[in-house]
Ligand binder design. Structure first.
Ligand code: WAQ
Ligand code: MG
Length: 272
């Protein structure tokens, strides 16, 4: 890419790299979702990022992918929003039953009704296989509001504002690894959506049983176990207040470029 030609208002573009991998053909032709990932990197970081992604898709716990879609796109950081990383804290749970009870309590604490909390936990647990995206539920009735079937709403166009600052912030909490970094970035973008009360998530990677409840009120509440080891079903539910503008929310999640700051970067977080 010719840097000189791509400058806009004196600003160097960034590259968005998105990967999705499936087994048995492309997602849109019924392939089984294996993994998806995205990064936003400077131009000199593209090769290393692609190598990481290839490696992850080839060796994924959910199986070997036979289809991979890669998309690269120029982005201009001036069009981005900056959002702070959610506060991180950890709940205690030793069994799936305790974990789901904890999730229910955390959802109530975040402002979700008893009925909706239960509906969300059951909606993920009852999935026949993992979705690519998330379900949107009404935080009072528990009714599913999106009509996106097993695709769901896919949160995209986000990354950490400063990888080193983010790594340090995680290390200070004795955290490392891709799962937690990606989950914190996603949960921080999700909680910043207008009308959003909470998110419930657990991983679909068979060996990774961790999940969380995220919310603007209580931050990222990690739950150590939400499913049995070996189970490849996981998912996400976003709870919204009745009357939320779902088209605007979907546009924010899928289109808007958002960088998550870990506190040390010195950005002033603009309100949108
Ligand atoms: N947008 C919406 N939903 C998504 C997205 C996305 N970008 N990516 C994944 N999902 C949904 C989809 O239904 C997946 O099946 C499900 O979430 C789980 O995705 O240690 O690893 O990437 O604190 O398997 C949480 C705990 C880990 C981290 C979550 O999720 C920690 C995780 P996974
Ligand atoms: Mg996964």
């Amino acid at each position: 890419m010719e840097q000189q030609n791509q400058m806009r208002n004196g600003e160097a573009p960034l590259i968005s790299i998105k990967m999705r991998a499936a087994q048995g053909g492309p997602h849109e032709r019924g392939g089984r979702h294996i993994s998806g990932e995205e990064r936003i990197v400077a131009e000199d970081g593209v090769e290393a990022c692609l190598r990481d992604m290839l490696e992850r898709a080839r060796t994924h716990q959910r199986g070997r992918a036979d289809f991979m879609n890669l998309k690269l796109q120029l982005l201009y950081p001036a069009e981005a929003l900056y959002r702070p990383m959610l506060d991180f804290s950890e709940c205690e749970a030793h069994t799936v039953r305790e974990g789901r009870e904890t999730a229910r309590r955390e959802l109530l604490a975040a402002g979700v009704s008893e009925r909706a909390a239960q509906a969300g936990i059951e909606a993920i647990a009852a999935l026949p296989d993992s979705m690519r995206g998330a379900m949107i539920l009404d935080c009072e009735s528990g009714e599913r509001l999106d009509r996106l079937g097993c695709r769901g709403i896919r949160v995209s166009n986000m990354d950490v504002a400063d990888p080193d600052a983010f790594r340090q912030a995680l290390a200070a909490r004795h955290l490392c690894g891709d799962h937690v970094r990606e989950a914190l970035v996603l949960a921080s973008k999700v909680a910043g959506g207008d009308g959003v009360v909470a998110e419930l998530c657990w991983s679909d990677d068979p060996q990774y049983v961790v999940g969380y409840v995220g919310s603007p009120r209580n931050g990222y509440r990690r739950i150590p176990v939400l499913k049995e080891k070996g189970c490849g079903i996981g998912g996400r539910v976003f709870y919204v207040r009745p009357g939320t503008d779902l088209d605007a929310l979907r546009e924010y999640y899928e289109e808007k470029l958002v960088f998550i700051t870990a506190g040390a970067e010195g950005y002033v977080t603009p309100k949108n």
